[in-house]
Write a protein that binds this ligand. Structure first.
Ligand code: AFP
Length: 327
């Protein structure tokens, strides 16, 4: 059996990176245990305040955020932390070489109905040793990430991780507390007949996205010539995990529902880490047209439309958008 520690020793280029990933995944064990207790741990329900996104925070949102923030602030290699739940980035150790961004509990609206939630993390280089990190230090394109991954607190707790050219998966053994390697080279099929989208936003989408989903619904009697299936976990981490396991397309498109939001998902700590995983597993990840990992960020909380998964399907969506642009 290969444990996470063993894998990192042999595959992570930098001991500092291994150490920070270990800190994150250790906190993941605590979050997993809290979720297993559920209502019995008095962790369900609203925390009674809102985050920078204007979203009601769940008790576990705040708890998961605080656990990660506390642990990473004590890690000498971590120069700063940015979180979905914090207005601004938090400086940590000025001599650290790494910056960590995370969504501490993605899909938190699933907590109270006992459905899958997860922790998404992204690790970037820090270049200004000796000085306190600031928001601007985090504004690096996703193609600069040194590592990315997620913890999925589902029927079992699993870790998906990329520190090199491939994607690996571990399962947490609740008895030993070890993350055990279960897939050392995750690959996504280029084609799929399964898609994930919240179709209730259909009327807010742009025409090419409406056309794309119409074609999937038309199935074998339409231009695609085959039927499609749909799944929607309402937690990006769950939908991305399914795609890493069996292919598929996930999209949270640009919508006109809220003028100031490009879509719902955040670039820095949702779209970028998930896009790195998907691309390194052979898939594609765009904002419908452009590669997400090439987007130069302007704000740590900026949102971005997301289309990711099986490469040929992601390219099909892109081509539809380009055809509409040419009209
Ligand atoms: P919450 O963390 O507020 O539950 O949002 C989860 C999420 O950011 C992402 O993980 C899901 O894919 C998406 O929102 C679900 O959005 P809808 O609730 O609009 O379907």
């Amino acid at each position: 059996m290969t444990t996470l520690a063993h894998y990192l020793n042999n595959h992570a280029s930098d001991p500092a990176l291994s150490d920070v990933i270990t800190t994150i995944t250790d906190v993941g064990k605590t979050i997993s245990q809290l979720l297993r207790k559920g209502a019995l741990a008095d962790i369900l329900g609203e925390a009674g305040n809102q985050n920078v996104q204007g979203e009601d925070q769940k008790k576990l949102d705040v708890l998961a955020n605080d656990l990660l923030l506390d642990a990473l602030s004590k890690n000498a290699h971590c120069a700063g932390v940015a979180s979905e739940e914090l207005d601004n980035a938090t400086p940590a150790n000025a001599d650290g070489s790494l910056l960590v961004l995370f969504d501490p509990l993605d899909g938190s609206s699933n907590i109270d109905i006992n459905m899958a939630v997860g922790t998404i993390f992204s690790i970037l280089p820090y270049q200004r040793q000796g000085q306190n990190s600031e928001n601007s230090d985090f504004l690096q394109a996703g193609n600069q990430q040194l590592a990315a991954g997620y913890l999925l607190y589902g029927t079992s707790t699993m870790l998906a991780l990329t520190v090199a050219d491939n994607v690996v998966m571990f399962s947490l053994d609740p008895d030993s507390g070890d993350y055990i390697l279960i897939n050392d080279n995750v690959q996504i099929d280029a084609d799929t007949s399964e898609y994930a989208v919240n179709s209730s936003n259909y009327r807010y989408w742009l025409a090419p996205m409406q056309q794309y989903i119409d074609e999937l619904i038309a199935g074998e009697v339409g231009v695609r010539g085959r039927d499609f299936n749909t799944r929607w976990v309402a937690a990006m981490v769950g939908d991305v995990h399914r795609i890493l396991c069996r292919g598929g397309l996930f999209t949270y498109p640009f919508d006109t529902k809220y003028a100031h939001k490009a879509g719902k998902l955040r670039l820095m700590y949702e779209a970028n880490p998930m896009s790195l995983l998907i691309e390194r597993a052979g898939g594609g990840a765009t904002d419908a047209v452009n590669r997400i990992l090439d987007i130069e960020p302007t704000d740590i909380h900026q949102r971005v439309p997301v289309v990711l998964g099986s490469k040929n399907e992601v390219n099909y969506v892109r081509d539809l958008h380009l055809q509409h642009a040419d009209k």
